[in-house]
Design a protein around this ligand. Structure first.
Ligand code: SF4
Length: 702
């Protein structure tokens, strides 16, 4: 903006995966206000409490403003030289897999693209993973097993066109509030629309539910396998879709077994009556969307849960048509963009597969890079395990706070304490990971950086800069390019501007892509700076030379497997992990309405902090009575990995035997509540995602 002149800039909210458009107004005196962008197709002007408080989070208090080496301020040149020389020396001595990047669904697609290119194409390792591993990796794995690609078939509009919305493991009212508002509005418009909430807790989302299925934790596969059998029994299948467009139906049905409602009731803890109501609703309602989120993904059987849900949509042919489909809603603002550039240890770039030699060659040829990672790298939990046991000797952590947010977080802290070289790029000084950094780099924050993000419905939107960079803050992609150049890779990292990074990413998505790969934004391969600056929100695919097509996938088949058919996955109904006598409760962690991640931004506003002022443990009255715990008293929540002490919130909303603790509080706040110290690091076999909603714990009044 011109100095001293008022300006309004269209940008995108940096919090959840809804990806709402924001109008940021900078007054002549520099004062910033925000409101929802009425033209953005994700929110049409709406914002939630967090989005509408964005302007209150822009102060420079607690900002990391200068590079530091140890606890001494340094110049960027000194910091970058040190990072490049340490990484190069470590690779020289111990090989490419001795280094790692741990990045974030908070960074922009262009940052992600450059990080992934440097690690996979130039260092030659796939040791780049992201905190999105904690968020939606099970959906990625489930999509790839079923569709041959990581494709979200539907759009937000489907929620308004549906007659039945099934929300599984999703407290939409607090975690994706603008989608919740859209469903509320749709329900007012269409009284026939029914909403079913599948969640062990009675959350705020249940206010909208016609039926709440408070199933036992981690029994979703039993619920959806039962639904598949029911649909078969009541002639609720689309045989023509199954025959023409899928494989493996009979095996999936056989694994689900003959319908035994009493058994499903016993497995899930639901009544036969509620099961029959739910199954009948689904069987009778063609326009059904099943929305799922972290209650599905954050599980050691998360991928199987995803496929159990997708199986029911493939069996009914309810996919890719208006008002129908399975719909994974991502937690973070750019989890989807990270997936698109391959910023996960088990993906390549542009949704290509690292295990596919042709894809590896294609990407290497396109990058003209000296190397190419040949196998999957270490996923988040294993990555920090490798830091702990010394296999990884240098790690660069970007825009995430693993000492607070990874499971078994005390062990993560210990691993970093003994790691020979740790780099942390962040905007805040208030992150518990920062004290472990040998070099810390001041990153550009929301409002100070330029780039793109992709929301849950595959819509790419611009985040635009409207503030000057404070202190010596820099965009992450620039820091990465500078390190790459110092490591001798100048030819691959000479971008004049962020628009050139985006254009290269778009060109790669279209390179030798004859429509057999889902992710294609080739229409932007030649984008110049002006068009990039003016980019309006766009859903992919956006193929060069093609008119805008229906933005849904798979209505007529056309999956991204070799023969273009989808796969049913035969998913076994397994009993949830056993609770041991010493740890008889199940810990469930999650978000609250008005805080974001580890609160480095949202805690800056008193308005947001007034919603819930301190961490808590939500526990059922009978459980509280059994252990002699009164409401508002302090309780210790303990597992074999760690402990946390928080205030008890005795409530019938909790399921007996379960306890819910929010994930946001850290050691930075007066009310400490670093719950991830308690969470088990057990992960899903296919996705590597931790089961953050199922840790056996003990509860003890303090
Ligand atoms: Fe931001 Fe999500 Fe709220 Fe939209 S719903 S304003 S993207 S936090």
């Amino acid at each position: 903006t011109e100095e001293g002149q008022e300006a309004t800039v269209k940008t995108t909210c940096p919090y959840c995966g809804v990806g709402c458009g924001v109008l940021a107004n900078v007054a002549a005196d520099g004062n910033v206000t925000v409101k929802g962008d009425p033209d953005h197709p994700a929110n049409f002007g709406r914002l939630c409490s967090k989005g509408s408080a964005l302007a209150e989070t822009l102060s420079l208090s607690d900002r990391l403003l200068y590079p530091q080496i140890g606890d001494k301020q340094a110049s960027w040149d000194q910091a970058l030289d040190l990072i490049a020389s340490k990484f190069a020396a470590t690779i020289e001595e111990h090989g490419p897999d001795s280094v790692a990047f741990y990045v974030s669904g908070q960074i922009l697609t262009e940052d992600y693209y450059v990080a992934n290119k440097l690690m996979k194409g130039y260092i030659g390792s796939a040791n780049i993973d992201t905190n999105s591993r904690l968020c939606m990796a099970s959906s990625v794995a489930g999509h790839r097993r079923a569709f041959g690609s990581d494709t979200v078939p539907g759009t937000y509009e489907d929620l308004e066109l549906a007659d039945l919305i099934v929300l599984v493991g999703s407290n939409l009212a607090w975690c994706h509030p603008v989608i919740f508002q859209r469903i509320e509005a749709a329900k007012r418009e269409n009284p026939a629309l029914r909403v079913v909430v599948v969640d062990p807790r009675r959350t705020a989302t249940c206010e909208l539910a016609d039926l709440h299925l408070a199933l036992k934790p981690d029994t979703d596969v039993a619920l959806f396998n039962g639904l598949l059998s029911f649909l078969s029994d009541v002639d609720g299948l689309d045989r023509s879709f199954i025959d023409q467009h899928t494989h493996g139906f009979e095996a999936a049905l056989a694994e689900a077994g003959p319908l035994d409602m009493a058994k499903v009731a016993e497995q899930t803890g639901l009544s036969v009556r509620d099961l029959a109501t739910f199954y009948t609703m689904v069987a009778r309602t063609e326009k059904t969307v099943t929305v799922y989120s972290q209650g599905v993904n954050q599980s050691v059987v998360g991928t199987d849960k995803v496929n159990a849900i997708i199986n029911t949509h493939l069996a009914t042919g309810r996919i890719g048509r208006a008002g129908m489909g399975p719909f994974s809603i991502t937690g973070q603002p750019n989890a989807m963009g990270g997936r698109e550039v391959g910023g996960l240890a088990n993906m390549l770039a542009a949704h290509m597969a690292i295990e596919n030699p042709e894809h590896r060659q294609l990407v290497q040829d396109f990058w003209q890079s000296p190397k190419m990672a040949r196998r999957q790298g270490l996923k988040a939990v294993d990555m920090f395990g490798a830091v702990r046991d010394g296999r990884i000797k240098a790690i660069w952590i970007m825009a995430t706070n693993p000492v607070d947010s990874l499971p078994a977080a005390d062990e993560v802290a210990l691993a970093l304490k003994h790691c020979p070289f740790v780099v942390v790029s962040d905007v805040s000084t208030e992150v518990d990971t920062l004290p472990y950094a040998h070099v810390s780099l001041p990153a550009a924050a929301w409002g100070e950086k330029n780039g793109t993000v992709t929301n849950s419905e595959r819509r790419i939107s611009r985040q635009r800069r409207f503030l000057d960079l404070p202190g010596e803050a820099r965009a992450d992609w620039r820091a990465l390019c500078e390190v790459a150049k110092r490591m001798g890779f100048a030819e691959g990292f000479n971008y004049a501007g962020v628009d050139e990074v985006f254009a290269e990413h778009a060109a790669l998505s279209a390179h030798q892509n004859d429509g057999t790969r889902d992710f294609d934004i080739g229409a932007f391969a030649d984008i110049g700076q002006q068009d990039y600056d003016d980019l309006t929100p766009v859903q992919w695919p956006a193929r060069a030379g093609e008119p805008k097509r229906d933005s849904r996938f798979f209505a007529g088949g056309g999956f991204f497997t070799k023969d273009r058919k989808a796969n049913f996955v035969a998913v076994e109904t397994t009993a949830p992990a056993r609770r041991q006598r010493a740890y008889p409760f199940v810990l469930n962690t999650g978000r609250i309405r008005d805080q974001w991640h580890t609160m480095t931004r949202t805690a800056k506003t008193a308005r947001l902090s007034s919603h819930i002022a301190e961490p808590f443990a939500e526990i059922h009255p009978e459980d509280a009575a059994a252990i002699g715990l009164g409401d508002a008293e302090l309780v210790e929540v303990k597992s074999p990995h760690g402990r946390v002490v928080v205030r008890a919130l005795v409530s019938e909303k909790a399921q007996k035997g379960s306890v819910f603790v929010p994930m946001h509080w850290t050691d930075q706040f007066a009310s400490k509540g670093r719950v991830d110290a308690v969470v088990s690091p057990d992960t899903d076999l296919f996705s590597g995602q931790p089961g953050s909603k199922f840790t056996p714990v003990a509860l003890m009044p303090v």
